[in-house]
Design a protein around this ligand. Sequence first.
Ligand code: SF4
Length: 333
Amino acid sequence: MPNETHKDDNLLEIKDLHVQYNTDDAVVYAVNGLNLSLKKGEKLGLVGETGAGKTTLALSILQLLPKKVGQIASGSIMYDGEELLGKPDSYMLGLRGRRISMIFQDPMTSLNPTKTVGEQVYEVLHLHFPNLSKEQKQEKVDRMLQLVGIPASRKGEYPHQFSGGMKQRIVIAMALIAEPELLLADEPTTALDVTIQAQILELMRRLKDEFNSAVVLITHDLGVVAEFCDNVSVIYAGRVVEHGTVEQIFASEEKHPYTAGLINCIPDLTRDEKRLKPIPGHMADPRHITTGCCFADRCPHCMEKCRTTPPAMHEKDGHLILCHLYDTTKEAE
Ligand code: SF4
């Protein structure tokens, strides 16, 4: 049950989160002091390249980090006014799937090839609402399948009988059947072609409106975020380096150099460009904590102090940028 006494309309509030993987060879610092908040019903895009810490963050919220290796070193994850860190497995089991659901990039991660799709959606509903009658559950399953565009007449079929896009729709049906307050969607359209991708985004938008779930859309693709989200957090080396509304991120002249690089990677069909401009270099080595700015090695604007001093977060009208370029603006205010 939601915490009725919690008046703040932040559904999720993450503060100074540090997550690491303790491998035999080294400690990998995956999330490094990350802050993030999400309101009820909000659609937030979490954008960054592979290895930025996006999926680790989602797994940390659900406490599904790989056992023994993955460790939340410090910080706070408040969900609807309750601190999740330190909660027992029994509490998290009640939360996962019922109040917070996750969709993974590869639908086969979530689908069981030996069970019909109808059985699989039914099982999720039964797990969270065992007291509904069998007829009520069947009715809800049929309706949910129909909502995601799968005819209920196909519920007796197995996952392999569906295309990739259809499988992802079934996964979405499973994720939403319990009407969660928060949906974590990890690259839900990456494996799909562009037409199906647009259909799945439209479907998520309609379902979000129907259930008023908040959505965290994890993606490397800023174009997808522009289509779907209200707000965007750009993540680099396990930190939020920029946060703002979609408009602030795309239209503001002030940008984090990393965000500017990501925007340059979006194909612009109105310009006759032969090649996209990828961001040169590689993500900072997560086995080492940088002393200065984590983007310094790849930044075209890197200054001397960027190598030695971590930048502070610059804020203007709720638009946050973690970069020394804006220090002077801040000082002048
Ligand atoms: Fe580039 Fe310096 Fe800003 Fe980092 S702090 S993004 S290196 S200008």
